[in-house]
Design a protein around this ligand. Sequence first.
Ligand code: H2U
Length: 345
Amino acid sequence: MAPYSKRPHRRYNPLTEEWVLCSPQRTQRPWQGQVEAPAPENLPAYDPKCYLCPGNARAGSACNPAYRSTFVFTNDFAALTPEVDPWEVNEDGLIVAHAEAGTCRVICFSPRHDLSIPQMDRSAIRDVVNAWAEETENLASHDSIGYVQVFENKGAMMGCGNPHPHCQVWGARHVPSIPARKMVSQEAYFRFHKTDLLGDYLNLELRKGERQVCDNEHWVALVPFWAVWPYETMLIPRRLVGDLPSLVPEERDALADILKRLTTRYDNLFRTPFPYSMGWHAKPSDGADHPYWRLHAVYFPPLLRSATIKKFAVGYEMTAEPQRDITPEQAASQLRDMLERHYLE
Ligand code: H2U
């Protein structure tokens, strides 16, 4: 039996060069902490008060068209704005800042207020994949944008203000901290081994088989060895491809398939709309090749042991390093055992 199934240990994340403390012996501890409200059920297909539904008013004078598939708009409360005069502050390397420019877009996945990815059909999810790729390409074409981050925040537990299925795409001048760390480690690995870090990791996982959740011809979903969140997963393409626009049609079809299957397993785990933050980590959009960068998605769901008990990243995690109880192998096995038919169907 692997030394990491029963006793406390630390695991290394070669992408971010961070460690996670894993304490499998703690899974039996009783819970007397906070219990979250269950997610609302029976949402209407159309909500007249929703600012993302077709035909409805948004902030200011904006009004959504009567869209029938995906719908994309520039965030009315954008965190980044395109026209920023460059400036820099550096006082003894201790007070350091610079201006940041960018554009924030919102993608509505569907006109239906009540559906999310696991309940959408594959062709509708394929439209979402295309929208991700198209938005990435459009933003990346601006000289002032050096990195495009696609992310989805799902569920009130994750601070998402609206159940209408949507995600955000932020293009920024500088590569943000997390992808920047992944860039350094992937580049160093590639220089040394002449192969890409995530490709080698994927091959190792395929040989071992203990952390895979589901797969198809072009994609593998697995719980990474270094996962921090209880049911954290990663989606990795079998081909070395650096960004969403570079995916060929078959890979996009297969991505729609694996997105539906993975998120259905999530929903089925606690028979609830599974909250998460997910995001794509693609190569920087600065026009350079970045041959070492393998596109991948990360899913960080907060739920711990039921639909109403979530993990808090506090205490040791805030002051020392991330920690988890249930092992990635146990989480993968639970997700593997789930049906791929949605519990509401
Ligand atoms: P959340 O509800 O998940 O926060 O995301 C919705 C985004 O939509 C959010 O970033 C934007 C918010 O700024 N928004 C608009 O752009 N226009 C509106 O009228 C309301 C919300």
